[in-house]
Design a protein. Sequence first.
Length: 405
Amino acid sequence: MDLPSLALRNVLRNRTRTLLTMGAIALGVAGLVVVGGFVEDLFAQLAEATVHSQLGHIQVYRKGYFEFGAQQPTRYVMDAPAEVDAALRQVPGVSDALHRLNFQALLGSGRADWAVLGEGGEPDKESRLGTFVTYTEGRALAAGDRLGMVVGRGVARALRLRVGDSVNLIVSAEGGAVNSLEFDVVGIFRTFSKEYDDRAVRIPLAAAQELMDTRAVNAIVVTLAETRGTDVAAARLAALLPAGRYDVKRWNELSDFYEKTVRLFDRQFFVMNIIILAMVLLSALNAINLTYFERTGEFGTMLALGNSGRTLFRLLMLENVLLGFLGAAAGVVVGTLAAIVLSAVGIPMPPPPNSDVGYVALVRIVPAVVGMAFAVGVAAVAIAGTGPALRASRLDIAEALRQRN
């Protein structure tokens, strides 16, 4: 007996019921493709915003800075950043490396003071990194801005600053000395993180080093050609640098918000998978039970003609898998088309937590998500049909034939 061809003929025998069952399967699979693609786009956009607003892909610090540098920044500086720069030249995929000097300071406008977190950076490289930084007023720092400053939108609101205003930056330098410099505000920026914007100011690296009375830096920020290469590049860099002297941190290790968001949506998507699996399973189970009840006499005849219960079970499971395959394939097609249409239109999204910037979401067609959705559709029908197929294979022949009459 050619079981596959017989299974196909049986599936197509009652086309109306088959189409209804396939429709339920396809709807569930399409939902998984669309929702999964939406979640993947959320992760991707959040990752790029996190990387290209502030953090870069990798940051390198002197050992201990990550734990204690906020309290004692001058004790955890890198006096010879060229050692890290040399190692970075041996790491494939590195696009850029910029030096930063971070500090805490008091910013005064003449009307009020505001505690800020300062960054001294290299303006040209910072501009290349900060593709997700938008300027609500003014412009980014340029190489010629020796005493120029850009401030976060929250800082500008707190001190009522406008482009062109002069401000004083007061810091505690090494040894406890208090240094101060006057800066001109050239831009007001906004990033993906409202918390960062409420405290951040950026000045040229040379000005920060003059304020802090040092020629050192305390962070080297690395950007890569592709975000997905972060883990490999970080591992390679850590292997090249002297053990115990530096900390190499990936961007997702530095962004607690991103990690928590991913865990939250992963769990929600897992629960949605379970719900859709249950819906498809119940729909398929109802259709399979009804079909098997109508075919009880047919099953009795097959057993009476010498077919074993194992053969009947294999035939019915082939029918179930084939039904699941056809329904899941249709769902993948429908879900992919829906993803293309929704991405072309765009889905306006409100600002996420800790941000005041909305964005336009897309639905990404991710092979892993599509494959998982397809597997869920096939598995649901196979699971739903296992019990009824077992019962059919164990039918009493005389009882089954009697029901046929």
